[in-house]
Design a protein around this ligand. Structure first.
Ligand SMILES: CC(=O)/C=C/C=C(C)/C=C/C1=C(C)CCCC1(C)C
Ligand SMILES: CC(/C=C/C=O)=C\C=C\C=O
Ligand SMILES: [Fe+2]
Length: 557
């Protein structure tokens, strides 16, 4: 295969590539201006002096070709590594503010017979295509509020438009920039936190097939007051089903207590069925932010963080909460709820110390001699109970504070939830956070150990000083130690564990991770998971933007 660049962003109008250099484009109607806060221009955006970095928008709409291999790829490594993440933060007159705002960019590396081919491509979501055609972002992203600007009248009409947009799901993002997963029926989806963002893609061409439409009417389409436009960005996908958590926002329009629905969808189906509803404990507020959750053999663990969806921000697109569309309300309490997968009943609900966990790592049951579960252990990447991590991930901080030690501390939080009716759960650090540089996030484990007692987690860690994780860490939860891979100035994405076929040891396999290097290049690393040493790297011919989560699709035998 030879390399092929398909429609490139560099052939797009200049204003699309580099908004900072163009005179401002006003919105078509003039009623709502596009950019709400003065956004600091990206220091390196389009600069000829600075090479592209992890925080530079993708310069090509699409590329595919052969990848140069350094080192020796294992002969058994046959399949496709996919990575999702935000890759375009500037469109027309809009320069996004936050890392989480960027339009989805997919990366593929296929390994076969010791060789590698690669590709990357923008997802053609409605959010991205409409931003291109309007010359500005028109959907609300994590931090980006298209209507939040000083000229917005914030009058009754604005509010009605925002509320209708929320109920019908038209104002919130459909930009699936977070996770990628293959359903057990073979369909591949990428997704983010709105149900409407779920998008079917072709894992070979990375082309966008279309929206994944849920046929159950749970997301507000057929029942006007059923306010379920949001979902966890990380469904749990097994051989037989897809399971996820939907924050129930009905408390915005009814007197119902806030809560969460746990839903499951069988392989081959588009219909989610409700397993059960968990009621929030945290006062008459909104549900806590649920980016991810955890499952064990018998239970679903639903987190209720004190970092809650902001009612005011959701019903008024121009109103910013203390953390974008989220409010930090520590006095509302932090809880973990345990739902039985079979009955949908909440079998435990405990209060725990404040935590800020974007990603749960794994969970498992402690059992009595007769096999009866007595407690649930849940591990998560905890930003020491402080939402400041969200501000550390603004593009301005990432671009301008390189090398400064401003990345907030994080640890592996181990929660223990007794199943005997106790009102409180326990929380401790699973190991000394110094082991992984007092930062850790974007984790994976050997997928065969999901829901089971396990020993190893792989995550991005830190070698200080840094403003973003810059190591890949293997965390041993038994020995309470961590090994790290690091090169100066790197920006890694989620390290993804792939087991060697026939392996019996938990760490018998490789860890695959796509990295941005200091000088502006990008490569995909293959590490021996046991020794945690690099065995090969495959280089892309140009720099890619940073990425988040990955997935592995083995070749058919
Ligand atoms: C990439 C990542 O870690 C998180 C992405 C989160 C997103 C896109 C969340 C967006 C939103 C909320 C947190 C609250 C409701 C509005 C909405 C924009 C969907
Ligand atoms: C990039 C990130 C956290 C880094 C913290 O150190 C979280 C990404 C979330 C994507 O889903
Ligand atoms: Fe995530």
């Amino acid at each position: 295969m030879t390399a092929s660049y398909l429609p490139t962003l560099s052939s797009a109008p200049r204003s699309f590539l580099c908004p900072q250099r163009t005179s401002s484009l006003s919105s078509a109607t003039g009623r709502r201006n596009p950019v709400f806060h003065p956004v600091k221009p990206a220091a390196d955006c389009c600069s000829t002096k600075n090479p592209a970095s992890a925080w530079t928008s993708a310069r090509h709409e699409r590329w595919e070709g052969d990848l140069a291999v350094e080192g020796q790829l294992p002969a058994w490594l046959k399949g496709t590594y996919l990575r999702n993440g935000p890759g375009v933060w500037e469109v027309g007159s809009t320069a996004m503010e936050h890392l989480f705002d960027g339009y989805a960019t997919l990366v593929r590396v296929s390994f076969r017979d010791g060789r590698a081919t690669g590709a990357h491509r923008q997802v053609d979501s409605d959010a991205y295509t409409s931003a291109k055609s309007h010359g500005r972002a028109i959907h609300r992203e994590f931090a980006h509020c298209p209507t939040n600007n000083p000229n917005n009248n914030n009058n009754l009409l604005d509010r009605v438009i925002d509320l209708v947009g929320l109920v019908t799901g038209t104002s919130l993002t459909v930009n699936p920039n977070t996770a990628v997963a293959r359903l057990s029926d073979g369909r591949v989806v990428c997704l983010s936190e709105t149900t409407k963002s779920t998008t079917l893609i072709d894992p070979e061409t990375l082309g966008t097939i279309g929206k994944f439409t849920y046929t159950d009417g749970l997301s507000g389409k057929s029942r006007l007051l059923q306010l379920l436009p949001l979902q966890s960005a990380h469904p749990v996908v097994t051989e037989t089903e897809f399971m996820t958590v939907l924050p129930d926002l009905n408390s915005l329009v009814t007197r119902r207590r806030p809560g969460y629905l746990v839903v499951r969808m069988e392989a081959g189906s588009n219909e989610r069925k409700v397993v059960g509803r968990v009621e929030c404990r945290g006062g008459p507020t909104m549900p806590g932010w649920v980016h991810s959750f955890a499952v064990t053999e018998n239970f679903v663990v639903v987190p209720e963080m004190a970092l809650r969806y902001s009612a005011a921000s959701l019903v008024n697109n121009s109103e910013r909460a203390s953390f974008y569309a989220l409010d930090w309300i520590p006095e509302s309490g932090s809880y973990l709820h345990v739902m039985c997968k079979r009955t949908g009943n909440t079998v435990a609900s405990v209060e725990v110390p404040p935590f800020v966990v974007i990603h749960f790592i794994n969970a498992y049951e402690e059992k009595r001699h007769d096999g009866q579960p007595t407690a649930v252990v849940v591990d998560g990447c905890d930003h020491n109970g402080d939402p400041a991590i969200l501000d550390a991930l603004t593009l301005h901080s990432l671009r301008s504070l390189r090398g400064k030690d401003v990345l907030p501390d994080a640890r592996v939080a181990r929660f223990r939830i007794p199943l005997d009716g106790s009102p409180y759960g326990e929380l401790e650090s699973a190991l000394d956070p110094e082991e992984h540089g007092r930062a850790m996030d974007m984790c994976s484990i050997n997928p065969a150990y999901h829901g089971k007692k396990y020993r190893y987690a792989y995550a991005c860690g830190a070698r200080r000083p840094c403003n973003f994780p810059n190591t890949i860490a293997k965390i041993d939860l038994v020995d309470k130690t961590a090994k790290s891979w690091h090169e100066n100035g790197v920006v890694p994405s989620e390290p993804f564990f792939v087991a060697r076929p026939g392996a019996s040891d938990e760490d018998d396999g490789v860890v695959i991770c796509t990295v941005n290097s200091d000088g502006g290049g990008s490569y995909t690393l293959v590490l021996d998971a046991e020794k945690f040493q690099e065995i090969a790297r495959v280089r892309f011919p140009h720099s890619l933007p940073c990425g988040f989560h990955a997935f592995w699709i083995p070749d058919k035998m």
